[in-house]
Design a protein around this ligand. Structure first.
Ligand code: SF4
Ligand code: SF4
Length: 384
């Protein structure tokens, strides 16, 4: 089996240009079957941040896709996401990310995933027996996954598969982090969520993504591409490649490929618009974690690294007091209750911390750094 991914050059966030490019992509992957359907656009709206921070899917892409789908005959276009911080004000999120103004201009409907209620969807042979999704995903006929291409400190990349985590509203996201403390288990759970939501189409905002300590604390980085595919696993394989990771290094891509949810092998992906060789993210800054480094160590070396030694590798969050404004978002978002406010300082209890980096991900001030101890630093330096 082979999958098609359109990898189209796009330099500006110009709506007409983007529409033209997306239509070209549809010529390759096939037009969307949306006639008479209610369509949900699911961008990545991790936190209330203006588009120039490159943390969230750019509103111009969302607008262009919505318009195209109406032209293809869609009955109604909805936009929705659930931010990482469960207590986030959704109106503020939609306003700052540019979704509110585009919805008002275009007549698209903004939905609040938490308010619409939850539906428990069966998850056969999964880590959890059921997955609590927003009811919205079950009331629409077609879901368009609109991720932003970014590095991610816990899962290495965030693209199509990871973006479906936002269909779980409220505090359930923290609960899931808590029951799957390691990146491998958590990635498996992400794949299971992706499987039950099963987006119909994936269009990735890789015009400007993020490198370094993403998904929010990294640096904006131009990739000048829009990726399109009906196969979310294949699009992640190419997205990861743009960030300088092979599909086998990214747990979500590999697990989803092994589960038969899509194509993760590059040899079986037909690319249109760019050559694979020119897409490799040679100089893209990697995340501070070293999980993929451990995976790449050959077996004899790995056996040398006894379990005890592996436990000595520490990659941990640290609060920068000078940047911190004591908003307590991290405190409310920590799945382990490891963060407290002591007088005027935010403190982390490292005995409780599971290094999920949610605090780093959601801090609006970038006041949480990822630190490595000496052993982790050595491995990180040796990663290539
Ligand atoms: S570290 Fe960040 S999220 Fe936590 S209180 Fe300080 S500014 Fe807020
Ligand atoms: S302190 Fe931060 S990294 Fe540690 S468990 Fe809490 S949210 Fe996760």
């Amino acid at each position: 089996m082979r999958s098609k991914v359109a990898v189209l050059e796009c330099i500006h966030y110009d709506k007409d240009e983007i529409k033209e490019i997306i239509l070209k992509g549809f010529e390759f992957i096939g037009g969307p079957d949306v006639k008479g359907k209610r369509v949900l656009l699911k961008p990545n709206l991790l936190m209330p941040a203006e588009p120039h921070y490159a943390v969230t899917t750019h509103p111009t892409i969302v607008e262009a896709v919505g318009e195209i789908l109406l032209e293809f005959g869609a009955k109604e276009v909805l936009i929705g996401d659930s931010p990482g911080n469960a207590l986030s004000n959704i109106d503020n999120l939609y306003r700052r990310t540019g979704m509110l103004s585009l919805a008002e201009r275009k007549g698209f409907k903004l939905v609040n995933f938490s308010k619409e209620g939850i539906v428990e969807v069966e998850n056969p042979n999964g880590i959890v027996p059921t997955i609590p999704l927003t009811k919205v995903v079950k009331t629409v006929d077609y879901i368009v996954n609109l991720p932003k291409l970014k590095t991610h400190n816990f899962t290495l990349i965030t693209c199509a598969i990871k973006n479906m985590f936002g269909t779980i509203p409220g505090f359930n996201k923290s609960k899931f982090h808590s029951i799957t403390p390691g990146p491998k288990e958590f990635s498996r759970l992400l794949v299971e969520i992706f499987r039950v939501v099963s987006p119909s189409l994936n269009i990735v905002d890789a015009i400007e993504g993020m490198e370094g300590d993403g998904p929010s604390g990294g640096t904006p980085r131009k990739f000048n591409r829009i990726l399109m595919s009906y196969d979310g696993v294949a699009v992640d394989a190419i997205g990861g490649w743009l960030l300088g990771y092979k599909p086998s290094e990214i747990y979500t891509t590999k697990i989803a490929g092994d589960m038969g949810l899509g194509i993760s092998l590059l040899d079986n992906i037909e690319i249109f618009g760019s050559k694979l060789e020119e897409l490799w993210g040679t100089d893209v800054k990697k995340v501070s974690t070293v999980y993929n480094v451990l995976e790449r160590i050959s077996s004899p070396a790995l056996s040398f690294l006894s379990k005890r030694l592996v436990k000595l590798i520490k990659i941990f969050p640290e609060v920068d007091d000078n940047r911190c404004i004591r908003c307590e978002i991290c405190l409310r978002s920590c799945p382990k209750g490891a963060i407290t406010r002591v007088n005027d300082r935010i403190e982390i209890d490292y005995k409780r911390c599971i290094s999920c980096y949610c605090c780093h991900e959601l801090c609006p001030q970038r006041a949480i750094r990822i630190k490595r101890n000496k052993l982790a630093e050595m491995l990180w330096l040796a990663r290539d």
